[in-house]
Ligand binder design. Structure first.
Ligand code: AMP
Length: 508
């Protein structure tokens, strides 16, 4: 666990709301709820956790529970269902792992009958939850199985056969194991659904409903979502029993440690945007950064374009095999890789500490995603900067962001961003890979020629929006391709003129 919740801001975060209306009581689940302001600064000792767990928490370096932890842990310890409305970065993972460990510490695992199940939408998120679990179970003898796509079945099956106290899984892989008969879900006493709204975005709700029906009705459910769209509310109404709602204030306002800019381009041509992006990156203040694109296909194209301009960049999205995604993430975390080009889904929930910059190549379609994205910088009291490219077609999307954050970000003025030049480029010059002009030296901000972009043929072809679904795609359902089974070799970096298979596939 690399990051931590910003302690300087923590007292503010105690404006959590508790005791919202219960399901079905009045049909007013979304009505305004009475607010209870927690006055006193709590410690973990106040939450009813055992000494073993408290010592693991102290070893992890945490003394004060975050609002979602302070709200959810005592309720979860009583065995009641919890509806937690909180997003990544609030400490929500510990708010369900800690009470789970506490409750599971009494009792024993049985072969193929896990006692608890945590469902997460992406492999990375599931892996992070598992990491969290390991940190807090250091003084317990609890066994855990991580069931995610992209890694082979056998080791997972072996742990299941031996008996797992906790299963952490993506929905698709869990159902795969179930369908192969390696798993019985009738022993599950505690179920966690993490990032339910993201499950919805990714089309996992039918899988979730199917899994829920396989579980015993007498169980505890801890359900977490950053937002409560109607489909999620319906799921809660159907599958939770009298849940206690714990909601932490949404950071609709972005942290004041983040300086936000928009960088206006006169047209929305991919080449213009990539040149503007490079100009924004090639400034002294940019130590490292996450670059967001709205489409998976563009993630690859932008990453490749940056590489060709001599920048240390790699893509991360749902079409890359698991080994490659993990490797890229590890390199980014270690500082070996400077720029991570990501889609919203791939980046969601990733615990990446200390990025100096966030760049939005495309303004997000959903204003909430803007807040999620730029929240990747300016963490833990450090300053950060977010730069969003804005084209003339982005007026509506920008207005939605401005409405959400309450002001228009300042304009970033860069000499080298002269999109008019771009418009004069020879049509089609971006269509083929070709030799770079000027060798591999880094392009300077002042002189960056707009035409010097060597992305592949797919780069500027008209693109349909590609729905961003990770490879743990719902089942029954397409059979997994070889790359999904984790057998594929990691995609090479710096491909030269050889276009790797995943790029070709995403360009189809
Ligand atoms: P999460 O929202 O669960 O992804 O957590 C965000 C980050 O906050 C992770 O890096 C956690 O390790 C860290 N964290 C969790 N609980 C606490 C706490 N009580 N105090 C400080 N940081 C925490």
């Amino acid at each position: 666990m690399a990051g931590r919740v910003d302690s300087a801001r923590r007292p503010l975060m105690f404006r959590a709301t508790y005791g919202a209306p219960k399901r079905g009581a009045s049909g007013l689940a979304n009505a305004p709820v009475p607010q209870k302001i927690v006055q006193r600064r709590m410690t973990f000792n106040d939450l009813g956790l055992s000494p073993n767990l408290l010592s693991a928490i102290a070893d992890a370096g945490y003394d004060t529970p975050t609002p979602i932890q302070a709200g959810a842990i005592p309720i979860a310890l009583t065995g009641k269902d919890v509806l937690g409305i909180a997003q990544t970065g609030t400490g929500k993972t510990a708010s369900f792992t800690l009470p789970m460990i506490e409750r599971l510490s009494r009792g024993r695992a049985r072969a193929r009958m896990p006692r608890s199940l945590i469902l997460a939408p992406t492999r990375e998120l599931a892996a992070q939850v598992a990491e969290n679990f390991e940190t807090y179970t250091k003084n317990h003898k609890l066994s855990m199985a991580l069931l995610i796509g992209g890694v082979s079945f056998e080791p997972q099956k072996k742990i299941l056969d031996q008996g797992a106290d906790v299963l952490i899984a993506t929905p698709g892989r869990l159902l795969d194991h179930f369908e192969r008969g390696g798993l019985l879900l009738t022993g599950v006493e505690i179920l966690v659904i993490d990032e339910a709204d993201r499950m919805l975005d990714m089309g996992f709700i039918p899988d979730i409903e199917r899994i829920l029906k396989l579980l015993p009705p007498r169980r505890q459910t801890l359900f977490f979502s950053a937002t409560m769209p109607p489909e999620i509310q319906r799921l809660v109404d159907t599958f939770l029993r009298d849940p206690e709602r714990v909601e932490v204030a949404r950071p609709a306002q972005t942290a004041d440690t983040i300086t936000q800019y928009i960088l206006k381009t006169t047209d929305g041509q991919p080449k213009t945007k990539r040149a503007a992006l490079r100009a924004a990156i090639n400034r002294d203040s940019v130590k490292n950064g996450i670059i967001f694109c709205n489409r998976k296909r563009d993630v690859d194209i932008v990453a490749r374009s940056l590489q060709r301009h001599g920048l240390s960049a790699a893509p991360i999205h749902g079409d890359l095999d698991q080994a490659q995604r993990m490797k890229t993430l590890a390199e980014f975390k270690s500082g070996e890789l400077r720029l991570l080009v990501a889609s919203d889904v791939a980046a969601r929930g990733l615990d990446i500490p200390a990025v100096s910059h966030v760049f939005n190549v495309d303004i997000p379609r959903n204003a909430d995603d803007y807040v999620h994205r730029i929240g990747r910088t300016g963490r833990a009291g450090m300053t950060g900067e977010a730069v969003t490219l804005v084209t003339p077609e982005d007026k509506k999307a920008l207005a939605a962001v401005v409405k959400l954050i309450g002001r228009e970000p300042d304009s970033l003025e860069l000499d080298s961003v002269r999109p008019v030049e771009t418009a004069e480029e020879t049509p089609g010059e971006d269509k083929k890979p070709r030799a770079r002009r000027g060798g591999r030296k880094r392009t300077s901000t002042k002189t960056a020629p707009m035409s010097e972009d060597t992305a592949t043929a797919s780069a500027d072809a008209p693109v349909e929006p590609v729905s961003e679904v990770s490879e743990d795609t719902p089942k029954p359902r397409r059979r997994r391709s070889k790359k999904d089974s984790g057998d594929a070799a990691p995609a090479p970096r710096g491909f030269g003129d050889h276009v790797p298979e995943f790029l070709l596939r995403s360009a189809l």
